[in-house]
Design a protein around this ligand. Structure first.
Ligand code: F6R
Length: 241
Protein backbone atom coordinates (compact mmCIF):
# COMPACT_ATOMS: atom_id res chain seq x y z
CA UNK A 1 0.00 0.00 0.00
CA UNK A 2 1.20 3.46 -0.80
CA UNK A 3 -0.39 6.06 1.48
CA UNK A 4 -0.57 9.74 0.63
CA UNK A 5 -2.13 12.40 2.83
CA UNK A 6 -3.33 15.73 1.40
CA UNK A 7 -4.43 18.96 3.04
CA UNK A 8 -7.91 18.98 1.51
CA UNK A 9 -10.59 16.82 -0.07
CA UNK A 10 -10.03 18.78 -3.29
CA UNK A 11 -6.36 17.74 -3.40
CA UNK A 12 -7.33 14.11 -2.79
CA UNK A 13 -9.72 14.32 -5.76
CA UNK A 14 -7.02 15.89 -7.90
CA UNK A 15 -4.55 13.11 -7.07
CA UNK A 16 -7.14 10.45 -7.90
CA UNK A 17 -8.05 12.19 -11.18
CA UNK A 18 -4.35 12.44 -12.09
CA UNK A 19 -4.01 8.66 -11.68
CA UNK A 20 -7.03 8.02 -13.94
CA UNK A 21 -5.82 10.55 -16.53
CA UNK A 22 -2.40 8.89 -16.60
CA UNK A 23 -4.08 5.49 -17.01
CA UNK A 24 -6.24 6.61 -19.93
CA UNK A 25 -3.39 8.41 -21.67
CA UNK A 26 -1.15 5.34 -21.40
CA UNK A 27 -3.91 2.91 -22.36
CA UNK A 28 -6.98 4.52 -24.00
CA UNK A 29 -8.83 1.17 -24.02
CA UNK A 30 -8.41 0.71 -20.26
CA UNK A 31 -10.92 -1.29 -18.24
CA UNK A 32 -11.88 1.01 -15.37
CA UNK A 33 -13.57 -0.03 -12.13
CA UNK A 34 -15.99 2.62 -10.89
CA UNK A 35 -17.49 3.48 -7.50
CA UNK A 36 -20.44 5.62 -6.43
CA UNK A 37 -21.08 7.61 -3.23
CA UNK A 38 -19.47 10.91 -2.25
CA UNK A 39 -15.81 9.88 -2.38
CA UNK A 40 -15.24 9.88 -6.18
CA UNK A 41 -17.34 12.99 -6.98
CA UNK A 42 -14.46 15.50 -7.13
CA UNK A 43 -12.48 13.07 -9.27
CA UNK A 44 -15.41 12.52 -11.64
CA UNK A 45 -15.83 16.29 -12.02
CA UNK A 46 -12.15 16.63 -12.95
CA UNK A 47 -12.36 13.73 -15.41
CA UNK A 48 -15.34 15.42 -17.10
CA UNK A 49 -13.28 18.63 -17.37
CA UNK A 50 -10.29 16.72 -18.80
CA UNK A 51 -12.52 14.97 -21.33
CA UNK A 52 -14.11 18.26 -22.41
CA UNK A 53 -10.65 19.84 -22.71
CA UNK A 54 -9.55 16.96 -24.96
CA UNK A 55 -6.83 15.80 -22.53
CA UNK A 56 -8.41 12.35 -22.31
CA UNK A 57 -11.05 10.37 -24.12
CA UNK A 58 -13.22 7.53 -22.85
CA UNK A 59 -14.19 6.54 -26.41
CA UNK A 60 -12.30 3.24 -26.16
CA UNK A 61 -12.63 2.73 -22.39
CA UNK A 62 -14.74 0.05 -20.73
CA UNK A 63 -16.16 0.44 -17.21
CA UNK A 64 -17.45 -1.91 -14.53
CA UNK A 65 -19.15 -0.53 -11.43
CA UNK A 66 -18.64 -2.13 -8.06
CA UNK A 67 -22.24 -2.47 -6.98
CA UNK A 68 -25.93 -1.72 -7.29
CA UNK A 69 -28.89 -1.88 -4.93
CA UNK A 70 -31.36 -4.72 -5.27
CA UNK A 71 -34.97 -3.79 -5.95
CA UNK A 72 -34.40 -0.42 -7.64
CA UNK A 73 -35.11 0.05 -11.31
CA UNK A 74 -32.11 1.34 -13.30
CA UNK A 75 -34.15 4.48 -14.02
CA UNK A 76 -34.84 5.11 -10.31
CA UNK A 77 -33.05 8.35 -9.35
CA UNK A 78 -31.50 6.55 -6.33
CA UNK A 79 -30.01 3.72 -8.37
CA UNK A 80 -26.29 3.63 -9.04
CA UNK A 81 -27.17 3.45 -12.76
CA UNK A 82 -28.73 6.93 -12.37
CA UNK A 83 -25.80 8.16 -10.26
CA UNK A 84 -23.29 7.12 -12.92
CA UNK A 85 -25.26 8.67 -15.78
CA UNK A 86 -25.68 11.93 -13.87
CA UNK A 87 -22.18 12.24 -12.43
CA UNK A 88 -20.09 10.83 -15.27
CA UNK A 89 -21.39 8.84 -18.22
CA UNK A 90 -23.77 11.46 -19.69
CA UNK A 91 -21.00 14.05 -19.54
CA UNK A 92 -18.10 12.18 -21.20
CA UNK A 93 -17.56 10.57 -24.59
CA UNK A 94 -17.99 6.98 -23.37
CA UNK A 95 -20.02 4.50 -25.41
CA UNK A 96 -22.91 3.47 -23.09
CA UNK A 97 -22.52 -0.07 -24.46
CA UNK A 98 -19.08 -0.16 -22.82
CA UNK A 99 -20.42 0.67 -19.34
CA UNK A 100 -21.41 -2.14 -16.98
CA UNK A 101 -23.29 -1.98 -13.69
CA UNK A 102 -24.76 -5.04 -11.98
CA UNK A 103 -28.52 -5.44 -12.45
CA UNK A 104 -29.86 -5.59 -8.92
CA UNK A 105 -33.30 -6.36 -10.30
CA UNK A 106 -32.36 -9.41 -12.36
CA UNK A 107 -34.94 -12.22 -12.21
CA UNK A 108 -32.10 -14.75 -11.79
CA UNK A 109 -29.68 -12.88 -9.56
CA UNK A 110 -27.25 -15.82 -9.27
CA UNK A 111 -26.94 -15.92 -13.06
CA UNK A 112 -26.53 -12.13 -13.10
CA UNK A 113 -23.60 -12.34 -10.64
CA UNK A 114 -21.89 -15.08 -12.66
CA UNK A 115 -22.44 -13.17 -15.92
CA UNK A 116 -20.95 -10.02 -14.35
CA UNK A 117 -17.76 -11.86 -13.34
CA UNK A 118 -17.56 -13.45 -16.81
CA UNK A 119 -17.94 -10.03 -18.48
CA UNK A 120 -15.07 -8.60 -16.39
CA UNK A 121 -12.92 -11.56 -17.32
CA UNK A 122 -13.73 -11.39 -21.03
CA UNK A 123 -12.90 -7.65 -21.02
CA UNK A 124 -9.41 -8.67 -19.85
CA UNK A 125 -9.82 -7.80 -16.17
CA UNK A 126 -9.88 -4.38 -14.51
CA UNK A 127 -6.82 -2.19 -15.07
CA UNK A 128 -7.61 0.49 -12.49
CA UNK A 129 -10.27 0.33 -9.77
CA UNK A 130 -11.41 3.33 -7.72
CA UNK A 131 -12.75 2.58 -4.25
CA UNK A 132 -14.27 4.46 -1.36
CA UNK A 133 -14.40 2.94 2.11
CA UNK A 134 -17.40 2.60 4.40
CA UNK A 135 -17.19 3.85 7.98
CA UNK A 136 -17.38 0.15 8.87
CA UNK A 137 -14.44 -0.77 6.60
CA UNK A 138 -16.47 -2.06 3.66
CA UNK A 139 -15.22 -1.85 0.07
CA UNK A 140 -17.84 -2.15 -2.64
CA UNK A 141 -20.62 -3.53 -0.48
CA UNK A 142 -18.42 -6.22 1.09
CA UNK A 143 -19.62 -5.73 4.64
CA UNK A 144 -17.65 -6.83 7.72
CA UNK A 145 -18.15 -10.57 8.12
CA UNK A 146 -16.34 -13.70 9.19
CA UNK A 147 -15.18 -14.63 5.68
CA UNK A 148 -14.15 -12.82 2.49
CA UNK A 149 -16.41 -13.29 -0.56
CA UNK A 150 -14.63 -13.67 -3.87
CA UNK A 151 -16.91 -13.29 -6.90
CA UNK A 152 -19.89 -10.98 -7.38
CA UNK A 153 -22.66 -11.80 -4.91
CA UNK A 154 -25.82 -10.55 -3.20
CA UNK A 155 -25.24 -9.02 0.20
CA UNK A 156 -27.45 -7.96 3.09
CA UNK A 157 -26.38 -4.41 3.83
CA UNK A 158 -25.12 -3.63 7.33
CA UNK A 159 -27.33 -1.39 9.48
CA UNK A 160 -24.46 1.13 9.59
CA UNK A 161 -24.38 1.23 5.76
CA UNK A 162 -28.15 1.79 5.58
CA UNK A 163 -27.74 4.54 8.18
CA UNK A 164 -24.83 6.15 6.28
CA UNK A 165 -26.59 5.98 2.90
CA UNK A 166 -29.99 7.25 4.02
CA UNK A 167 -28.73 10.76 3.24
CA UNK A 168 -29.29 9.97 -0.44
CA UNK A 169 -32.93 8.94 0.18
CA UNK A 170 -36.02 10.72 1.53
CA UNK A 171 -36.47 8.24 4.40
CA UNK A 172 -34.21 5.57 5.94
CA UNK A 173 -36.97 3.01 5.18
CA UNK A 174 -36.44 3.71 1.47
CA UNK A 175 -32.82 2.49 1.49
CA UNK A 176 -32.73 -0.99 -0.08
CA UNK A 177 -31.67 -3.74 2.34
CA UNK A 178 -29.74 -5.75 -0.21
CA UNK A 179 -27.27 -5.08 -2.99
CA UNK A 180 -25.22 -6.86 -5.64
CA UNK A 181 -21.50 -6.25 -5.22
CA UNK A 182 -18.23 -7.38 -6.68
CA UNK A 183 -16.51 -9.57 -4.10
CA UNK A 184 -13.11 -8.78 -2.65
CA UNK A 185 -11.62 -11.33 -5.07
CA UNK A 186 -12.85 -9.32 -8.07
CA UNK A 187 -11.53 -6.13 -6.47
CA UNK A 188 -8.15 -7.68 -5.64
CA UNK A 189 -7.84 -8.89 -9.25
CA UNK A 190 -7.71 -5.28 -10.46
CA UNK A 191 -4.17 -4.52 -11.59
CA UNK A 192 -4.14 -1.16 -9.77
CA UNK A 193 -6.36 0.30 -7.07
CA UNK A 194 -6.93 3.87 -5.89
CA UNK A 195 -8.86 4.24 -2.64
CA UNK A 196 -10.23 7.65 -1.64
CA UNK A 197 -11.12 8.40 1.99
CA UNK A 198 -11.90 11.83 3.38
CA UNK A 199 -13.36 13.13 6.61
CA UNK A 200 -13.10 12.16 10.26
CA UNK A 201 -15.96 9.63 9.90
CA UNK A 202 -13.55 7.41 7.95
CA UNK A 203 -10.61 7.71 10.39
CA UNK A 204 -11.22 4.49 12.35
CA UNK A 205 -11.89 2.42 9.21
CA UNK A 206 -8.73 3.85 7.61
CA UNK A 207 -6.73 2.93 10.69
CA UNK A 208 -8.13 -0.61 10.72
CA UNK A 209 -7.46 -0.96 6.97
CA UNK A 210 -3.82 0.11 7.24
CA UNK A 211 -2.68 -0.71 10.78
CA UNK A 212 -4.90 -3.65 11.72
CA UNK A 213 -4.47 -7.26 10.65
CA UNK A 214 -5.92 -8.55 7.38
CA UNK A 215 -9.38 -9.68 8.42
CA UNK A 216 -12.88 -9.93 6.90
CA UNK A 217 -14.01 -7.94 9.95
CA UNK A 218 -12.48 -4.97 8.06
CA UNK A 219 -12.83 -5.96 4.39
CA UNK A 220 -10.62 -3.06 3.20
CA UNK A 221 -7.70 -4.56 5.15
CA UNK A 222 -7.25 -7.09 2.32
CA UNK A 223 -5.76 -4.23 0.30
CA UNK A 224 -2.60 -4.68 2.43
CA UNK A 225 -2.01 -7.72 0.20
CA UNK A 226 -2.49 -5.86 -3.10
CA UNK A 227 0.72 -5.13 -5.04
CA UNK A 228 -0.44 -1.73 -6.34
CA UNK A 229 -2.91 -0.04 -3.99
CA UNK A 230 -2.71 3.74 -3.64
CA UNK A 231 -4.54 5.14 -0.60
CA UNK A 232 -5.42 8.84 -0.87
CA UNK A 233 -6.47 10.52 2.38
CA UNK A 234 -7.19 13.97 3.73
CA UNK A 235 -5.95 15.00 7.19
CA UNK A 236 -9.13 14.06 9.12
CA UNK A 237 -9.30 10.59 7.48
CA UNK A 238 -5.61 10.05 8.35
CA UNK A 239 -5.93 11.40 11.89
CA UNK A 240 -5.76 8.03 13.68
CA UNK A 241 -2.76 6.67 11.76
C1 F6R B 1 -19.93 2.73 -3.69
C2 F6R B 1 -19.32 1.73 -2.80
C3 F6R B 1 -19.09 2.01 -1.36
C4 F6R B 1 -18.66 3.44 -1.04
C5 F6R B 1 -18.52 3.63 0.46
C6 F6R B 1 -18.14 5.06 0.80
O1 F6R B 1 -20.08 2.21 -5.00
O2 F6R B 1 -19.05 0.67 -3.24
O3 F6R B 1 -18.12 1.12 -0.87
O4 F6R B 1 -17.46 3.72 -1.70
O5 F6R B 1 -19.72 3.30 1.09
O6 F6R B 1 -19.21 5.90 0.46
P1 F6R B 1 -19.02 7.47 0.45
O7 F6R B 1 -18.03 7.77 -0.61
O8 F6R B 1 -20.39 8.01 0.07
O9 F6R B 1 -18.58 7.88 1.80
Amino acid sequence: MEIRVFDSEQRVGEAAAARFIEQLRNKPDSVLGMATGSSPLIMYGLLIDACRAGTISFADAVTFNLDEYCGLDAADPHSYHSYMRKNLFDRIDIDPANTHIPNGNAADITAECAAYDAAIESAGGIDLQVLGIGGNGHIGFNEPSDAFSYGTFVVDLAESTIEANKRFFTRAEDVPRRAVTMGVGSIMNARSIVLIATGAKKAQAVRDMIRGGVTPACPASILQNHPDALILLDGPAASLL
